[in-house]
Design a protein around this ligand. Structure first.
Ligand code: SF4
Length: 268
């Protein structure tokens, strides 16, 4: 029987419809429950019997999501010690001095040395560290095209876009609805820039969570007169996946939204 090593491996097997037939609110929650041994794969009626037989819910360990993330971070730090940071800096247009590669992350310095030690002005959190380390190791350094695309139009985004809508666009819209002025301020705090309004939005802002991974946030305010609800969409450069894998793009965006939610709450 094949083994499932983490929650995402289980999640990838599911159809991501969030239909709730398993009595869990989302497919991701179901994947976490299977990983913890609280549910069986067979409790998802959408899974083909062949997949259930192949895996049967056999998981490698009973690590929590935090432990799993911590382990992934340590593995990445270990891999960083095997690459040439000076060459990586050249490829990515980053700085290399004092044996450290330094990259701009939301306008702030993020440095890593040959032993995998990290120094940064940002709060070191897995949602930023894992994507940045992946970017340093695997990013091709492809220049930004200037063509914005929604998450679902990225090659790997087809599988993840529903979750992306739930975890990123929906909560960020809520922040923008509730704290519209603060929302704009927060973008400036992270060295974002207001750009010409795209797609007739009321607010269009560009952030650089990583140098070659810009994101465009478009927000449409509600229009009471016409009975129109507000809307918010996040766009990526069409080259994004050349510089960062889709899981890291997702992690980066979700983490950014979590940070916005926390900041909004602490200022309310
Ligand atoms: S039953 Fe399956 S597809 Fe439906 S929410 Fe649960 S895991 Fe997702």
């Amino acid at each position: 029987m094949a083994q499932l090593n983490n929650i995402m491996e289980i999640f990838k097997l599911l159809d991501k419809s969030n239909c709730r037939k398993c009595d869990e609110p989302t497919c991701l929650a179901f994947a976490a429950a299977v990983f913890k041994g609280e549910k069986q794969l067979a409790e998802c009626p959408s899974l083909e019997s062949e997949i259930i037989e192949r895996y049967g819910g056999k998981t490698a360990s009973k690590m929590t999501l935090e432990e799993e993330t911590e382990q992934a971070m340590e593995q990445l730090k270990g891999k960083i010690t095997t690459i040439d940071l000076s060459a990586a800096a050249e490829r990515l247009g980053a700085k290399f001095s004092d044996e450290k590669l330094t990259i701009k992350c939301l306008g702030k310095d993020f440095s890593v040395d040959a032993k995998g030690n990290i120094t940064t002005d940002l709060h070191v959190h897995s949602w930023i560290t894992i994507p940045v380390l992946n970017y340093i190791m695997n990013g091709a350094g492809v220049s930004v095209s200037g063509k914005w695309v929604p998450f679902r139009e990225l090659e790997g985004g087809k599988t993840w876009y529903r979750l992306f809508g739930q975890r990123c666009e929906k909560p960020l819209k809520k922040v923008a609805d509730t704290y519209t002025d603060l929302f704009e301020d927060m973008i400036h705090l992270f060295k974002g820039r207001q750009v010409e309004n795209h797609y007739s939005s009321d607010i269009s802002l560009v952030l650089h969570p990583l140098p070659k991974i810009p994101i465009l946030i478009c927000y449409w305010k509600p229009e009471a007169e016409d009975g129109l609800e507000s809307n918010l969409n996040i766009f990526f450069d069409s080259t994004a996946e050349k510089n960062l894998n889709i899981e890291s793009i997702y992690t980066l965006a979700t983490g950014l939204v979590l940070m916005f939610e926390k900041l909004a709450l602490s200022h309310s």
